[in-house]
Design a protein around this ligand. Structure first.
Ligand SMILES: Nc1ncnc2c1ncn2[C@@H]1O[C@H](COP(=O)(O)OP(=O)(O)O)[C@@H](O)[C@H]1O
Ligand SMILES: [Mg+2]
Length: 316
């Protein structure tokens, strides 16, 4: 048993004894504080229950009156409930934050859709009007045709960039061709913009329900954004693997890495990328593992069950 746990164990036994020998409200409040300390020190709920049984057992062995035994057990339950209430509150808090994050991800998904459409349709229409205006100007002032053609060429480049960004934001290719082609398209775009060398490999005939495809696409998208923003990497590898019961996706870079516990403890203060990923993975019953350390690069692995857990999926 660790030092932390044995200290809590002694305090718990003393607190319970105090409560059962008439400590009243003050002793009960002490149970709550004990539970909070235990939680902060990383003691688990099962450990708390085990040490309760241990402490109660020791106290019961020291009394020989059966009636007193029943009375003590009932009162001891109160003490236990009070000491585990901080665990319950934390659990509720976690569920509430997860629900909020889920809503945030849904809002982001809607926003992506809206921006993608605006980029594609509105910007496309505006550009079409500019082309017409340029043609008119070229007819009216034939001597400027050379300059106007150069402007048209630049506009062509802008148009293809805008189209690409709108498709990356809301990848219809995902629905039409599947996850691997959509990721290939995404990686080509990121590589062209960032100069990163991106290798992608995976099963081209992988078929997934649309929700799982979207979850994996968004995770790879955020991971690649993180690599180009933070990693100072030159190389990234994206691997998509189908296993018997699950799909595994790994995104690995050769960048500067980061201290995962420190960053996760500051989650929400830095950015929402990693915790948004975690929520997406939770919503489909999957597992997210982040391996990183300064100067050793970063490897993010997502494993999700390939069949949907009944009723366990939320739309994104
Ligand atoms: N691939 C990576 N390489 C180095 N650092 C990273 C990488 N991915 C994430 N990080 C670190 O984790 C932090 C949190 O990432 P994230 O939650 O996506 O928020 P944001 O990107 O908005 O800062 C980043 O600020 C960065 O310090
Ligand atoms: Mg980020």
């Amino acid at each position: 048993m660790t030092d932390r746990l044995s200290a809590i164990r002694q305090q718990y036994a003393a607190g319970l004894r105090d409560f059962l020998t008439g400590g009243g409200e003050t002793a009960l409040h002490h149970a709550y504080e004990l539970g909070r300390d235990a939680l902060n020190q990383g003691v688990g709920l099962l450990d708390m229950i085990a040490l309760h049984h241990e402490a109660l057992g020791a106290l019961l062995r020291s009394t020989s009156i059966p009636q007193r035994t029943l009375e003590m057990t009932t009162s001891a339950n109160l003490f236990l409930l009070e000491s585990v209430s901080p665990f319950e509150m934390t659990h509720r808090g976690f569920r509430e934050s997860n629900t909020l994050l889920h809503r945030l991800n849904q809002t982001l998904e809607e926003e992506c859709k809206r921006i993608a459409h605006t980029l594609h349709d509105d910007a496309g229409q505006l550009l079409a009007s500019v082309y017409l205006a340029l043609d008119k100007a070229a007819t009216n002032t034939p001597q400027s045709r050379g300059d106007l053609d150069q402007i048209k060429e630049l506009l062509n480049q802008i148009e293809s960039q805008v189209r690409r960004l709108s498709h990356e934001l809301r990848p219809t290719i995902l629905d039409d061709l599947g996850l691997l082609p959509a990721l290939q398209f995404l990686c080509d775009g990121v590589a062209a913009r960032s100069g990163l060398h991106i290798d992608i490999e995976g099963d081209s005939d992988l078929t997934l329900v649309p929700l799982l495809g979207t979850v994996l696409y968004r995770i790879v998208q955020e991971s690649l954004t993180n690599v180009s923003r933070h990693a100072r990497a030159s190389w990234v590898q994206v691997v998509l693997q189908k296993e018997a019961q699950c799909i595994r996706c790994t995104i690995k870079d050769n960048g500067i890495g980061f201290d995962v516990p420190t960053v996760l403890n500051k989650a929400g203060k830095l950015g929402l990328g990693l915790i948004g990923m975690q929520e997406r993975v939770n919503s489909v019953g999957g597992l997210l593992v982040i391996l990183s350390s300064p100067d050793c690069g970063t490897e993010i692995t997502v494993t999700i069950p390939s069949s949907s857990p009944p009723g366990g999926l939320h739309g994104v």
